[in-house]
Design a protein around this ligand. Structure first.
Ligand SMILES: Cc1cc2nc3c(=O)[nH]c(=O)nc-3n(C[C@H](O)[C@H](O)[C@H](O)COP(=O)(O)OP(=O)(O)OC[C@H]3O[C@@H](n4cnc5c(N)ncnc54)[C@H](O)[C@@H]3O)c2cc1C
Length: 464
């Protein structure tokens, strides 16, 4: 039996074959890299690259779900470095080979052709070797994604971030990563770690990062419900466009430590996430010609690129953290103080940032902090008296400013005269929502009817 590809699937196929095979069976594991076990996903040497699934769900042996937990000596909900998981796969392969009645043969080489030859199957390797076997399993991994445009032949443009040495160029000042999925996040962390001056922008059509895992072991996110009854193809496409991405970012989650590192980079302005469409071909060519200190890194799952940068995030990460901590306090029935550590743990918020946010909320009279052994933080007033608008103003400043100015202070002339009214109307409409929802509404899962009506509008969930 020959297995072509010694990554995750090939290695586990070999492990399970070795455990069951009859004496005399030969199991050939063929791998072009020479490293049997880790494959692309678990071949990284960077320990910030951790599994995106808790250890209790990554056992190689279905009958021993705690196998990885015990082998690595970690908690069931730990997110192990992927390098360590690669070692685990190597160890399980070696163990299965040592105790098997069958024989494992590791062959280093790239299989170029698989063809029938009389009663057997013949494998032809790139170096000309030919190997006969009875059965062949293809475990060659995912095909590399097509780049969004023809890439210039320029060392500053990295087409595959997983190639050895691809991300070690001694500290690049600014990097654009095309894609905002888990691989793009790994690349951003590595690049920012190269130099404290490194700045990264990530871009995708939707501009959404994967969500963070919540603490503990949880069930995976359920798939979206795509209407009831048979769907026409057009309707199915529309539904998938509307809901598919929202599911993707919940299905493939980031380990909490990774999400915290990303949040920290965003808060310090070192990482920007953009949603943009269009124009990859021209921009990539320009990035190559101009000789600027800018690199285009194509992370797998790449999308299109545009050079229009924009730092604006309508609801900042800081506001999101502040709201999560406050709703947690509002949901704390007896109103007793809760420590920052517990709040950070419950919501997967980096504790250092939460401390700063709590300080701002205290200054704004939203939170009261108590010292001492039973100390912690509590709401300074009733949860139904604190609106979302109060929280945003406390941590991000006034609602609806125009280039840093209040809309009513803007001055326009001639044909642009009504712009000021337009911006004032925008602010009024935003206030209508944000001043209409309190912490209590959210914590008690009872949003006001006016908000329910907005959510029920047919295109409320459609991104544009
Ligand atoms: C960066 C990254 C992180 C991931 N993290 C997780 C995670 O945390 N948890 C999770 O469940 N999943 C994760 N995944 C998903 C992952 O793809 C799968 O879990 C799994 O590793 C895929 O295994 P595979 O064997 O199909 O591919 P691979 O592990 O890539 O193995 C394919 C192997 O085949 C070899 N090969 C290819 N062609 C030939 C040939 N012609 N001849 C000889 N050898 C060949 C390659 O060298 C490679 O080693 C991640 C994926 C990536 C890319």
């Amino acid at each position: 039996m020959a297995i072509i590809g010694g990554g995750f699937c090939g290695t586990l196929t070999a492990v399970h074959l070795l455990r069951r095979a009859a004496p005399g069976t030969r199991v050939l594991l063929m791998e072009r890299s020479g490293d049997f076990g880790p494959g692309v996903a678990y071949g990284t040497c960077d320990d910030r690259h951790v599994l995106n699934v808790p250890a209790a769900r990554m056992s190689a042996l279905p009958e021993a779900p705690d196998d990885l937990v015990d082998w690595a000596g970690v908690a069931p909900d730990a997110y192990v470095p992927r390098r360590v998981y690669g070692e685990y796969l190597r160890a399980r392969l070696a163990g299965a080979a040592a105790h098997s009645a069958a024989r494992l043969e590791r062959t280093v080489g790239e299989v170029e052709r698989v063809r029938p030859a009389r009663a057997a199957i013949e494998l032809v390797l790139r170096d000309g070797r030919r190997i006969a076997c009875d059965r062949a399993v293809l475990a060659v991994g995912n095909l590399p994604g097509a780049p969004p445009c023809e890439l210039p032949d320029d060392p500053r443009v990295v087409g595959d971030p997983w190639l050895p040495g691809a991300l070690t160029d001694g500290g690049t000042a600014s990097t654009l990563i095309v894609g905002t999925g888990p691989t793009a996040v790994d690349v951003a962390l590595s690049v920012c770690d190269e130099s404290p001056a490194a700045r990264v922008a990530m871009v995708s059509r939707h501009g959404r990062l994967p969500c963070s895992h919540l603490p503990g072991l949880r069930d995976p996110a359920p798939p979206p419900v795509l209407g009831t009854g048979p769907l026409r193809l057009r309707a199915l496409e529309r539904e998938l466009r509307a809901h598919g991405r929202a599911w993707e970012v919940r299905r493939h989650r980031l380990a909490p430590s990774v999400a915290a590192a990303v949040a920290s980079l965003r808060m310090y302005g070192r990482l920007t996430v953009l949603a943009r469409r269009g124009g990859a071909r021209a921009r990539a060519a320009r990035a190559g010609r101009r000789g600027r200190r800018r690199r285009l890194r194509i992370a797998r799952g790449a999308c299109r690129l545009s050079d229009r940068h924009d730092d604006r995030v309508r609801i900042s990460a800081k506001v999101d953290y502040a709201m999560r901590a406050l709703v947690e306090l509002a949901a704390n029935g007896d109103g007793s103080p809760v420590t920052a550590e517990r709040l950070a743990d419950a919501q997967g918020i980096p504790q250092k940032f939460l401390q700063n946010i709590l300080l701002e909320l205290r200054r704004a009279g939203i939170v009261a902090s108590h010292r001492g052994p039973d100390g912690g933080h509590a709401l300074a007033k009733a949860a139904d008296k604190i609106t979302v608008a109060d929280v945003i103003r406390a941590v991000d400043g006034p609602l609806g400013s125009v280039a840093g100015h209040a809309p009513e202070d803007m001055e326009y002339q001639g044909s642009t005269m009504r712009l000021r009214d337009t911006w004032v109307a925008v602010r009024a409409s935003v206030r209508g929502v944000l001043e209409g929802i309190t912490l209590d509404d959210i914590a008690s899962d009872h949003l006001p009817d006016s908000i329910g009506r907005l959510l029920g509008e047919h295109d409320a969930w459609v991104r544009r």
